[in-house]
Design a protein. Structure first.
Lengths: 116, 110
């Protein structure tokens, strides 16, 4: 089973709202990722958690706050977003072993976020 | 940062035709991954390549890791309508840092 699940599928929020995106995997993977994908663009890495610790933050604004409650779950907390933050947010996971450059990442279906 | 350039940007072909697309970089990569993304969905891994010169097949798909380690190719034989989507190459620029190519959009006419 190589399934990564994400909820919700779609989310519409105002600029003053607080919301959370959720990601779950049951493959025993120890690395989890958040990506942002704008329309007609490739996915761009935002955060990496390795063994439940934040290992990479690609200079993401603080209005995005990641959380990894356990090895199977990854959340992305959203607060005071801007309309330009509207995008497809993708979660991925990988085994987290080795040198990190042969570690296949499996993606979830994404959450389509619209900020009004 | 490192960029992966894919060509062509888009292709419109007839069902049954073979397709070729490539991915190039100015830097060396140790791994090349090929993903397909359907509209509104996440990328799905098609093929992973780990050695220069490696040629790997997955059904009608064949991918090669270029000898120079700066390029990779993906071929699709006998295309079918469900091959429609965006194909991305990807490679690691550092530990756990995956960068995606610019993508090739494939349209298949029945």
């Amino acid at each position: 089973d190589t399934e990564v699940t994400q909820t919700p599928k779609h989310l519409v929020m105002g600029m003053t709202n607080k919301k959370s995106l959720k990601c779950e995997q049951h493959m025993g993977h120890r690395a989890m990722y958040w990506y942002k994908q704008k329309a007609k663009k490739p996915p761009e890495l935002m955060f990496v958690y390795s063994y439940e610790k934040l290992s990479i933050n690609e200079s993401v604004p603080s209005r995005f706050s990641p959380e990894c409650p356990n090895s199977s779950l990854l959340n992305l907390h959203l607060h005071a977003l801007q309309p330009e933050d509207s995008a497809l947010y993708l979660c991925a996971s990988s085994q987290g072993r080795g040198g990190g450059q042969t570690d296949t990442q499996y993606f979830g279906p994404g959450t389509r976020l619209t900020v009004l | 940062g490192q960029q992966l350039n894919q060509s062509p940007q888009s292709m419109f072909i007839q069902e049954g035709e073979d397709v070729s697309m490539n991915c190039t970089s100015s830097s060396i990569f140790n791994t090349w991954l090929w993903y397909k993304q359907d509209p509104g969905e996440g990328p799905v891994l098609l093929i992973a390549l780990y050695k220069a010169g490696e040629l790997t097949s997955n059904g009608r798909l064949t991918a090669q890791f270029g000898i120079t380690r700066k390029d990779s190719f993906l071929n699709i034989s006998a295309s079918i309508p469900s091959d429609v989507g965006i194909y991305f190459c990807a490679g690691y620029t550092g530990f756990q840092k995956l960068v995606f190519g610019t993508g090739t959009r494939l349209l298949v006419s029945p």
